[in-house]
Ligand binder design. Structure first.
Ligand code: ATP
Length: 542
């Protein structure tokens, strides 16, 4: 958490075009559609040379903030957090115990006419009532009620056939199904406008199935993990037994997760294969509420350190009807939400900070699960000593010193965070010659930190520039390029978000200085060639 980046100009995100962002990501080697030459595959994306570099930088920043240099706890000491890299495929019994086989479902509705598929709980339904003919219709859509009405103006006119109608809005899955069950209304597909073509919402399990071994029967069925968290719970005892950690402590993991999402959309925001950065923080049940508050603040600070502006970030407590299967009454989840170009002026989830209670450890404990052979309770020696000193009775000490820890889980999406960083950095520059856009990445996240150029590819300049490049590349990701006009080379660097370029020209040969060009302002100044490394270290914070 040492890096504090200056936020790029918080150009109002609603004015940023996702089409332009997606096109820039493709054109400049950040993100490509997976299997593009075969027409792509919905919900899967490949990260190109610059995309993987950016994503790795965000991952490394998280790993550093969690594992290598965890934050200081309320007692003034650094927290204990260790890393893990568990398998993607685990024993399928683990997913039964975790509740994913039985309950990791999203409701989906299909249009029988145009074959579009929708997350039923994302649909907002606007009921139109025509008292004259006692007719009801449900116009469905995604977004604000006004937008849905505006988008469906023609359909509404057609349905009303000149009758005066009354309309009111409904939101949420419950009302949606209730009206459907009442049989009074007919759904109108948000995509093709066909009446009565939407199916009842059906539960759809999001886990990808596979088979382990040569025989493809039910006994060989396994799952690709839908979250990295369970690998941590499965290794909780291993970590306790092999590492010198005591409650409270955390285990962090970064890795791929797979969800057969009903409607993958908004570029990499909701994809079927994505990466998560999750940390399970095991603590005493009585302290869980305070730890949740602690992690809320720390996680928000981290997003700010990526250069996301405070205006674009909010906390949102989950409503009661959104609570996860593991949440008990009174314990909830708070999301950190970002103002995406496709949600603005609204916000969408970036990370969830959940109080998972003792749900997962209980579920994997032999006390509750005949398939498990592990006792996952925790004996708290420090608490025992404290209670003894307080003169608490023996049996009471025994009872209170052994417990199942509660868990606070900051669960972030690495690929989603990468998209947020790209959206924030994306800055159209109609006034600037050469580049149409700048990606104003915080310098420590930029895929390439510096471009090293000879002004012209002759007169002894390439040799000097090459030497500078070879010296710097041990410490910073740099690029040497001797071709094209210098303006074109700068423009490319602006579009991929390189914060600094250093240019060797004929003056360098006599006075040992180079031109520094800054990405955000386009300003140029001169510094001694020997100062370049120190300059970059200061600016990039390494
Ligand atoms: P959502 O409500 O958006 O479906 P979720 O609440 O199910 O997300 P979690 O299970 O809490 O998500 O997962 C933690 C994080 O993983 C999310 O905050 C998000 O950043 C990321 N994530 C979840 N699903 C996806 C996905 N399909 N594509 C990309 N990232 C995802």
């Amino acid at each position: 958490m040492s890096e504090t980046a200056t936020a790029p100009d918080a150009t109002y995100n609603a004015q940023k075009s996702m089409d332009e962002i997606v096109a820039l990501c493709k054109r400049r080697g950040f993100v490509y559609p997976a299997s593009e030459i075969y027409g792509g595959i919905n919900g899967f994306w490949d990260y190109g040379p610059l995309g993987v570099q950016l994503k790795n930088n965000i991952r490394d920043s998280w790993w550093r903030a969690m594992v290598e240099c965890p934050p200081i706890g309320p007692d003034g000491d650094p927290l204990q957090i260790v890393g893990l890299d568990s398998a993607i495929v685990q024993n399928p019994k683990a997913w039964v115990a975790s509740g994913h086989v039985g309950g990791f479902n999203d409701p989906m509705a299909d249009c029988k006419a145009c074959k579009s598929r929708f997350r039923a709980d994302h649909l907002l339904a606007l009921e139109l009532i025509f008292p004259e003919s006692d007719q009801h219709f449900l116009i469905c859509g995604i977004g604000e009620p006004e937008e849905i009405i505006e988008k469906n103006k023609k359909r509404i006119d057609k349905l009303s056939k000149g009758q005066a109608g009354q309309g009111f809005t409904l939101s949420g899955f419950n009302e949606y199904t209730k009206l459907n069950e009442s049989g009074r209304s007919e759904f109108v597909c948000p995509e093709c406008g066909e009446k009565g073509s939407l199916t009842e919402p059906r539960e759809f399990n999001l886990m990808f199935e596979t088979f382990v071994g040569a025989i493809r029967d039910d006994d060989a069925k396994a799952y690709l993990r839908p979250e990295t968290a369970q690998g941590i719970f499965l290794n909780y005892k291993n970590v306790l037994d092999t590492m010198r950690v005591r409650v409270p402590f955390g285990v962090a993991q970064v890795g791929k997760a797979f969800r057969n999402e009903v409607t993958p959309r908004n570029f990499v925001f909701r994809s079927r294969e994505f990466e998560q950065m999750e940390m399970e923080f095991f603590c005493h049940p009585d302290d869980a509420g305070q730890w949740k508050e602690y992690w809320k603040e720390k996680r928000m600070e981290w997003y700010r350190s990526l250069g996301l502006s405070a205006d674009n970030l909010i906390f949102r407590e989950h409503d009661k009807d959104e609570l996860s299967h593991y949440a008990k009454d009174g314990y909830g989840t708070v999301d950190i939400e970002y103002k995406w170009p496709f949600t603005a002026p609204g916000y969408g989830e970036l990370e969830g900070i959940a109080h998972r209670c003792d749900f997962d450890l209980n579920a994997h404990s032999k006390a509750n699960n005949p398939d498990s052979n592990a006792d996952l309770s925790y004996f708290d020696q420090e608490l025992q000593v404290r209670l003894q000193n307080e003169g608490v009775e023996k049996d009471e000490i025994k009872r209170r010193s052994r417990y199942i820890p509660h868990v606070i889980e900051p669960a972030a999406g690495l690929t989603r965070a990468t998209l947020a960083v790209i959206c924030e950095a994306f800055t159209p520059t109609p006034e600037r010659k050469g580049s149409k856009y700048i990606l104003k990445f915080a310098p420590h996240l930029a895929p390439i930190k510096a471009g090293i150029y000879p002004l012209v590819n002759k007169d002894g300049l390439p040799e000097v520039a090459k030497k500078l490049y070879l010296d710097l590349r041990n410490k910073f990701t740099c690029e040497y390029d001797a071709k094209q006009a210098i303006g074109k080379r700068y423009a490319r660097m602006d579009e991929i978000g390189t914060p600094y370029c250093f240019t060797v020209d004929s003056d360098t040969l006599s006075d040992n200085t180079v031109t520094v060009r800054e990405r955000d302002t386009g300003e140029q100044s001169r510094i001694a060639i020997d100062e370049v490394e120190r300059f970059l270290s200061e600016k990039i914070g390494r």
